[in-house]
Design a binder for this molecule. Structure first.
Ligand code: ASP
Length: 428
């Protein structure tokens, strides 16, 4: 594999993993043998993911302090912050409408027979229980709690629990708030010691990026392992039963990825979409293989600076905040899934309920953690709010990882599109 660029190596790793997984399925290897093989292969994927996750918290911390610090004054921060928020709301809304339009058109939930529905739910009861527990942790929080816990009492506690789904504090958003405040202080205070602190953070940022660079060399093997485990252990019966739903999600994501984003880039970003997609191929592959916007943040920052040549002060801020708060793919997926599951249970949602689903998905896109499966507890909460039992989520768990990989690509492409558009507005 020596001599190939990294993204080619990652594609080769993907092909190897998919091919291996399909071969195992086609050969009809029994479940026990597959489980014992995967016992050895899974750690390779986990090592790759952990190498990257290890750096995510320190990276968010440094990138946001520097991002805000580089904006130079509070007026710039306010303007970019408001633009990012408005952009996120409007583009998320477009993505949810695309998804919901597709579900109404294709009606994927009407074809699922009652007995396969019950079978699917029964298959994943353990997983559903843990999702419900996480959903309960989220449900207990009022809107006021969400705002209050975004201000960390002890930022270390939020860093430690950032990827703990049962944690009731602010998590990643609270760490961002802490970094934001330090960044604001950095803008407002100038002294030799503060300058030295900024230099130190810059140095730490460079070191983190170097470590990620090294970790990415494991990516082709990690990706091969992750895909092999996923495909070899997926029951293909599930895939067939849910085929129409899977197609609806993927087609809706593709429309947003290949129609909405290019239009935004062209009209508002002043950038040729082909150049854009060529420059971010490694980012999309990383998102696809890790299913995590947070884990893809380092690769996205690198592509923004080196390939897209975006101004650092905009890309640092927009990409770091966006990795948790701008998730168009997640919002779209949540809308499609809630409506699909309501259809499965023959529950017709009123217009008001549908509007509340759209609004919940837009807000959820801002609040969903950028980690694998981050959407599932949120879907459970929205389901209950429109009268569908939370257990219904068991129906889609078997295909969730595949859809997670696809929606994460959309999430990070959306962050980079936002960075291009907002950089262009700033230039003007
Ligand atoms: N995995 C997604 C992300 O990291 C979140 C989700 O939709 O589950 O962007």
């Amino acid at each position: 594999m020596k001599g190939f660029p990294l993204h080619v190596k990652i594609v080769l790793g993907m092909l190897a993993g998919v091919l291996g997984g399909v071969l195992v399925q086609v050969a009809g290897v029994d479940a026990a043998t597959i489980a014992s093989v995967n016992h050895w292969i899974k750690p390779i994927g986990d090592i790759f993911l952990r190498l990257i996750f290890m750096m995510v918290m320190p990276l968010i911390f440094c990138a946001l302090i520097l991002g805000v610090g580089e904006l130079g004054d509070l007026k710039n921060l306010g303007r970019i912050g408001v633009r990012t928020l408005l952009y996120t709301i409007v583009v998320s809304m477009i993505s949810v409408f695309i998804g919901i339009g597709m579900v109404q058109l294709m009606q994927p939930g009407r074809d699922i027979p009652d007995d396969s529905r019950a079978k699917l739910i029964a298959q994943y009861t353990d997983k559903v229980e843990s999702i419900k527990k996480n959903a309960d942790a989220g449900k207990e929080k009022s809107f006021a709690d969400v705002i209050v816990t975004m201000i960390p009492k002890n930022p270390m506690e939020d860093m430690v629990n950032a990827f703990n789904p049962e944690y009731k504090g602010g998590g990643v958003l609270a760490v961002m708030f802490f970094a934001l405040m330090l960044g604001i202080a950095l803008i407002s205070l100038h002294s030799p010691k503060v300058d030295a602190f900024k230099d130190t953070i810059e140095g730490l940022y460079e070191l983190i990026m170097k470590v990620i660079d090294m970790a990415m060399h494991v990516a082709p093997y990690g990706v091969a392992a992750l895909l092999f485990v996923l495909i070899s252990s997926t029951g293909w019966g599930v895939m067939l039963a849910l085929g129409k739903y899977v197609v609806v999600v993927i087609v809706a994501l593709a429309i947003h990825q290949f129609v909405t984003y290019p239009l935004l880039l062209w009209f508002f970003g002043g950038m040729n979409p082909l150049h854009f997609f060529r420059s971010i191929s490694e980012v999309m592959l990383t998102a696809f293989s890790t299913s995590s916007s947070n884990a893809t943040l380092p690769t996205a920052l690198k592509a923004a600076n080196e390939n897209l040549k975006l101004p650092k002060q905009v890309s640092h801020f927009v990409l770091t905040v966006g990795s948790t708060a701008n998730q168009n793919g997640t919002a779209l997926f949540e809308g499609v899934t809630v409506l699909f599951l309501a259809q499965c249970f023959q529950i017709d949602l009123s217009m008001t309920q549908q509007i509340s689903v759209v609004l919940s998905c837009i807000i959820a896109g801002i609040g969903t953690a950028g980690v694998p499966g981050g959407s599932l507890p949120v879907v459970a909460i929205i389901l209950v709010s429109v009268g569908v039992p939370a257990e219904a989520i068991g129906i889609i768990i078997g295909v969730d990882r595949l859809l997670d990989m696809c929606r994460t690509v959309l999430n990070v492409t959306g962050d980079l599109t936002a960075a291009v558009v907002i950089s262009n507005w700033e230039k003007r």
